[in-house]
Ligand binder design. Structure first.
Ligand code: NAD
Ligand code: UDX
Length: 464
C-alpha cells in the first residue's frame, strides 16, 4: 500500500494549477509542488497579488490563498520536485501536431515524452506516474516503455486520470466533479497504485463518483467525452441554420428536445462555434487514431463535428458582411468578447479569432473589448494564423478597455463571447452613439432581441 506524502505536478497551466490547488487544499498533509519550465508563469503563481495569478478562474484565488506556502508550492526546480515525489502528475500541453506525420490531426506528444525521460533520468525511488494531460489511447504503453528502460531499478506504476474540468467553472468542477476517472493496470501493483490516488480524491469526492477502469478505457473515455460534448454543440449549431430559414427558434427547439430526459438540457446552446483548447484538438486526435486503425467511417463521422464548427464560424462572418451591404471595407465593427467562453481569459481556438480574420480579409476595422483578454493576446492569436502581416493585424484590429469606446461610431456590433456584463449595458446609449442603421450580430444568443429592436437596432441572433 502507498501512503502518498509528496506530489509533484509537471505543468502549471489551466489544468495543473487549479487541479493541484484543490488537491492541496483538501489534503493539507500532502506536500504538492507544481513545476513548470515557464518562469514567468511560476512567478505569477507565486505573486503576492492574487489578481496576478496566470489564470483567471472564479474562486481560484481563495483556494490558492489558503494552500499556497502551506502545502502548495510553485517552482521551476523540476528535477528536485520529481525526485522528492511519491506521485508525479504529468499535466503538460498536448497540442495538435504542426509538423510531420499526423500534422494538423495527431496529438504532439513531445512534451509528454520529455517528461517521461526526465522522470526516468531523475528518479531514485519508486513512483506512481499519473497522466493528467489528455492523451491518445495507449500512450501509457509508450510512457511505460521509456520508464522501464532506465536500468536503475526504480519501479513505476502508470495511471490515467484525465481531467474533466471546464474553464470558467474549474474550481466548481473540481470541488464537486460528476466523476473522477482513474485507470490503471489490473495487477496487484496497479490496483494498489489506483487505490493510492483514490484515497487522495476520497478526501472530498464521494466514493460513488470515483470510477476505476483499465488504462485504455480511461484514456479513451476522455477523448470520447469531449467528442460527445462537442458533437452536441455542432448538432444544435447545424439546426440553428435550419431554424433561421424556416422560422423555428433554436432556443425553443433546444428546450423542447432537452426536456426529454434521454437528451437532457445541457450543452444545447447554439453559438458562433465552439472554441477552447480541447474540443477541436481532441476530436482531431480521435479522428487520427480511428484512421490509423483503418476505421475510416468512424473517422469521417467524428470529423463532421469539426467541419460543422468551422462552417458555423464562417457563416457568422459571412452574415455580417452580407448584411452590411456586402462591403465592410473601412467600416468599424465592434467585437464584444474575444475569450472562447465567459469567465476565462483563455482564447485558444476562440471563434472570435476566426471571425475577425475573415472580416479583416474584407478590410474591416475591428475594435475589440473583452473584460479579461489583453491586446497582446489578441494580436498574438491573429498573428498565429499567418494570414497577413503583423503590422496589418495591429493596424486594423485594436483593443480597448471600455465597451462604449468599442461601440462608438461603429457600423455593427458582434457578440463573440457570452460575458454576463454585455446583457446589462446601456444599449440605448450604445445605439445613440453608433452609425445608422445600427446592426447587432449576437453570436451567443444572450441579448434581448425585442428590446434592442424597440430601441432601433437591426438584430441578427444565431438560430432565430
Ligand atoms: P497549458 O498549456 O495551460 O499548460 C501546460 C504547461 O506545461 C505549460 O505552462 C508548459 O510550460 C508546461 N510544460 C510543458 N512541458 C514541460 C516540461 N517538460 N516541464 C515542465 N513544464 C512543462 O495546458 P493546459 O490547458 O493546462 O492543458 C494541459 C493538458 O490537460 C492537455 O493535455 C489538455 O488537453 C488537458 N486538459 C485541458 C483542459 C482545459 O480546460 N484547459 C481540460 C481538461 C484537460
Ligand atoms: C471542455 C469540456 O467541457 C471539459 O469537460 C474538458 O475537460 C475540457 O474541454 P472547456 O473547453 O473549458 O471544457 O469549456 P466548455 O464549457 O466545454 O465549452 C467549450 C466551447 O463550447 C466554448 O466555446 C463554449 O462557448 C461552447 N459551447 C458550449 C457552446 O457553444 N454551446 C454550448 O451549449 C456549450
Amino acid at each position: 500500500m502507498h501512503n502518498i506524502k509528496n506530489i509533484c505536478c509537471i505543468g502549471a497551466g489551466y489544468v495543473g494549477g487549479p487541479t493541484m490547488a484543490v488537491i492541496a487544499q483538501k489534503n493539507p498533509d500532502i506536500k504538492v509542488t507544481v513545476v513548470d519550465i515557464n518562469e514567468a508563469r511560476i512567478a505569477a503563481w507565486n505573486d503576492a497579488d492574487l489578481d496576478k495569478l496566470p489564470i483567471y478562474e472564479p474562486g481560484l484565488d481563495k483556494v490558492v490563498a489558503e494552500a499556497r506556502n502551506r502545502n502548495l508550492f510553485f517552482s521551476t526546480a523540476v528535477d528536485e520536485a520529481i525526485e522528492a515525489a511519491d506521485m508525479v502528475f504529468i499535466s503538460v500541453n498536448t497540442p495538435t501536431k504542426t509538423y510531420g506525420k499526423g500534422k494538423g490531426m495527431a496529438a504532439d506528444l513531445k512534451y509528454i515524452e520529455l517528461c517521461a525521460r526526465q522522470i526516468a533520468r531523475v528518479a531514485k525511488t519508486d513512483k506512481i506516474i499519473v497522466e493528467k494531460s489528455t492523451l491518445p489511447v495507449r500512450t501509457a504503453q509508450a510512457i511505460k516503455s521509456i520508464l522501464h528502460n532506465t536500468g536503475n531499478g526504480v519501479k513505476f506504476q502508470i495511471l490515467s486520470n484525465p481531467e474533466f474540468l471546464a474553464e470558467g467553472t474549474a474550481v466548481q468542477d473540481l470541488m464537486a466533479p460528476d466523476r473522477v476517472l482513474i485507470g490503471g493496470e489490473q495487477t496487484e501493483d496497479g490496483l494498489n497504485a489506483i487505490q493510492a490516488l483514490v484515497d487522495i480524491y476520497a478526501t472530498w469526492v464521494p466514493n460513488e463518483n470515483i470510477l476505476t477502469t483499465n488504462l485504455w478505457s480511461s484514456e479513451l473515455s476522455k477523448l470520447t467525452a469531449n467528442a460527445f460534448l462537442a458533437q452536441r454543440v455542432s448538432s444544435i449549431n447545424a439546426l440553428s441554420e435550419l431554424c433561421e430559414v424556416t422560422g423555428a427558434d433554436v432556443n425553443e427547439v433546444a428546450i423542447a428536445i432537452g426536456k426529454d430526459s434521454r437528451i437532457g438540457p445541457k450543452f444545447l446552446k447554439a453559438s458562433v462555434g465552439f472554441g477552447g483548447s480541447c474540443f477541436q484538438k481532441d476530436i482531431l486526435n480521435l479522428v487520427y487514431i480511428a484512421k490509423s486503425y483503418g476505421l475510416n467511417e468512424v473517422a469521417d463521422y467524428w470529423e463532421q463535428v469539426i467541419i460543422m464548427n468551422d462552417y458555423q464560424k464562417r457563416r457568422f462572418a459571412a452574415k455580417i458582411i452580407q448584411t452590411l451591404y456586402n462591403t465592410i471595407s473601412g467600416k468599424k465593427i465592434a467585437f464584444l468578447g474575444w475569450a472562447f467562453k465567459k469567465d476565462t481569459n483563455d482564447t485558444r481556438e476562440s471563434a472570435a479569432i476566426y471571425v475577425a480574420d475573415q472580416l479583416l480579409e474584407e478590410q474591416a476595422n475591428i475594435v475589440v473589448y473583452d473584460p479579461k483578454v489583453n491586446a497582446h493576446q489578441m494580436q498574438s492569436d491573429l498573428n498565429y494564423l499567418n494570414t497577413r502581416s503583423e503590422e496589418d493585424n495591429n493596424q486594423y484590429l485594436t483593443t480597448v478597455s471600455n465597451p462604449h469606446q468599442a461601440c462608438k461610431d461603429s457600423h455593427a456590433i458582434a457578440v463573440l463571447t457570452e460575458w454576463d456584463e454585455f446583457k446589462t449595458y446601456d444599449w440605448q446609449r450604445i445605439y445613440e452613439e453608433m452609425q445608422k442603421p445600427a446592426f447587432v450580430f449576437d453570436g451567443r444568443g444572450i441579448l434581448d432581441k425585442e428590446k434592442l429592436e424597440t430601441i432601433g437596432f437591426q438584430v441578427y441572433v444565431i438560430g432565430k
